[in-house]
Design a protein. Structure first.
Length: 479
């Protein structure tokens, strides 16, 4: 545990607040806290077998091609990462609509952006000005905006944290290119929300891994409030300093909440975590926005977001984090969101606001009346304990709840895939841990699930990505 938590008011718990957002959280006293493994004993929600099946999935390549061909309400493409040359890739956006449609229909895509067929918002034309009307104390307007869906790969029913890093790179590149297309092509938009729901507990309704983008003609109130809190820190607390940059420096000094770091990004369990296993990923380079935004001082000038040569390093961090959540916390439901700046903002905001990714698990604890009354989160798992549990592989190799032998066969397949990916990246495993993996792999090979997968493989019904994951799960750990 950190020194601040060990020595200050430990007997009565601790209030915590990050001055960059103004958020308060409570870390209860030790007797009220939970150990990380307590969150492994829970009832999980699963998609029914009909929704799990590939033939019923609207995002799988064959069904998507059929959807594009519909006369009424076709599943219109808005962008895609497509294959280009030998092993190359290329982004096609709305400006390349005919070529884009043809490449998607021919199943030549790595990621695909389509319009949401059940949008919360009605489509907003590029030059539309939102007309707000009032009937005090209320304000109302037409429900306009843009709702996109990003299909993250052609691999069905495998979460992003299990797939390879290059898949995640394509997904992040898609986020960036679609963000920039929206920023450039729809000047009346004010905010772009990028979010990913994993599992039914977090709001996912389709098993195939996907992300959503909601682009709106207003800025969400909580973003405005957090920018105001960051401005106060910049102007009155630590004059001239970005609170997020100061947070990164503080976490680097005492790395117990640091999960992973590379040249461009750092992942932490934040000091004021409001939920078990909450994680933030921040760019180390001070940067206002994930994508391009307009400079409020110099008209026509664009402030650039993440650089394309940083995408691989963000993918490294994000796949590691999502993989560890899958392995250590038994595949919890979670949401991750990109918290970025508005598309139009006041001068100096670029000096104290700092984009980041927030990952929050869902349904591990249930908020109660105090959280509703105060908007203060009560988190029974201190972030220091969460970080240690994730860095130490949880209980995967222990004779305790959450070990690999307590997982379902399809989970064992995915766990082996994640461990293999980390092993290739330099993960050091003891001989005992390798033996445990071998035993688990052999048990997996005797499962009915594996037998059915092998039949699908022989019949050519598995996509290439799925076949690779299956081979990885059975061959590497068995060696």
């Amino acid at each position: 545990m950190s020194e601040v938590y060990e020595t200050e008011n430990r007997e009565v718990g601790q209030w915590r607040r990050f001055q960059g957002t103004g958020r308060w959280a409570i870390m209860p006293s030790p007797e009220r806290q939970k150990k990380p493994e307590a969150y492994l004993v829970r009832e999980k929600q699963d998609f029914d077998e009909k929704k799990k099946r590939k033939e019923n999935c609207p995002f799988c390549a064959d069904n998507l091609s059929k959807g594009l061909a519909k006369i009424e309400n076709p599943e219109e493409p808005r962008g895609a990462i497509v294959e280009e040359g030998t092993g190359g890739i290329k982004w096609l956006g709305e400006k390349d609509f005919k070529l884009l449609s043809r490449r998607v229909e021919n199943r030549e895509w790595k990621t695909c952006v389509i319009k949401n067929l059940h949008p919360v918002l009605n489509w907003m034309a590029p030059e539309t000005i939102l007309q707000q009307r009032g009937d005090r104390p209320y304000i109302f307007a037409d429900g306009l905006g843009i709702c996109d869906l990003i299909i993250e790969s052609q691999t069905h029913s495998k979460p992003l944290g299990v797939l390879d890093k290059d898949v995640c790179e394509n997904v992040i590149l898609t986020y960036l290119r679609r963000f920039n297309d929206l920023q450039e092509g729809y000047p009346r938009l004010e905010y772009i929300s990028i979010f990913h729901n994993h599992r039914m507990e977090a709001g996912a309704t389709i098993a195939h891994s996907h992300t959503q983008i909601f682009s709106t003609p207003f800025v969400p109130a909580h973003i405005e409030n957090e920018i105001s809190q960051a401005r106060n820190y910049f102007e009155a607390v630590a004059v001239g300093n970005c609170p997020f940059c100061d947070m990164i420096k503080k976490e680097e000094q005492n790395d117990e909440r640091v999960l992973r770091k590379n040249r461009s990004f750092i992942a932490i369990t934040p000091f004021d975590s409001g939920s078990p296993f909450e994680i933030w990923i921040l760019p180390i380079r001070h940067n206002l926005s994930f994508g391009n935004v307009n400079d409020p001082v110099i008209g026509g000038r664009i402030l650039e977001g993440i650089k394309e040569d940083e995408i691989g390093e963000l993918a490294d961090i994000l796949t590691w984090i999502l993989g560890r959540l899958y392995v250590c916390v038994d595949d919890p439901g979670y949401n991750f969101v990109i918290s970025t700046s508005p598309l139009h903002f006041a001068p100096n905001v670029d000096r104290y606001w700092h984009w980041h990714i927030r990952i929050e698990t869902q349904r591990l604890d249930v908020p109660a009346g105090y959280e509703m009354a105060s908007q203060v989160r009560v988190n029974k798992l201190p972030p220091e304990s969460a970080a240690m549990f994730l860095k130490n592989m949880g209980n995967l190799f222990k004779q305790e709840v959450g070990n690999i032998f307590q997982r379902k066969p399809e989970d064992i397949e995915n766990v082996l895939s994640v461990i293999k990916r980390e092993f290739d990246g330099g993960l050091d495993l003891s001989n005992e841990q390798k033996n445990i993996l071998r035993t688990a792999a052999k048990a997996f090979q005797f499962s009915e699930y594996y037998t059915q997968k092998e039949k699908q493989k022989d019949a050519g019904e598995l996509a290439k990505g799925e076949e690779t994951i299956l081979d990885r799960a059975t061959s590497w750990a068995s060696q």
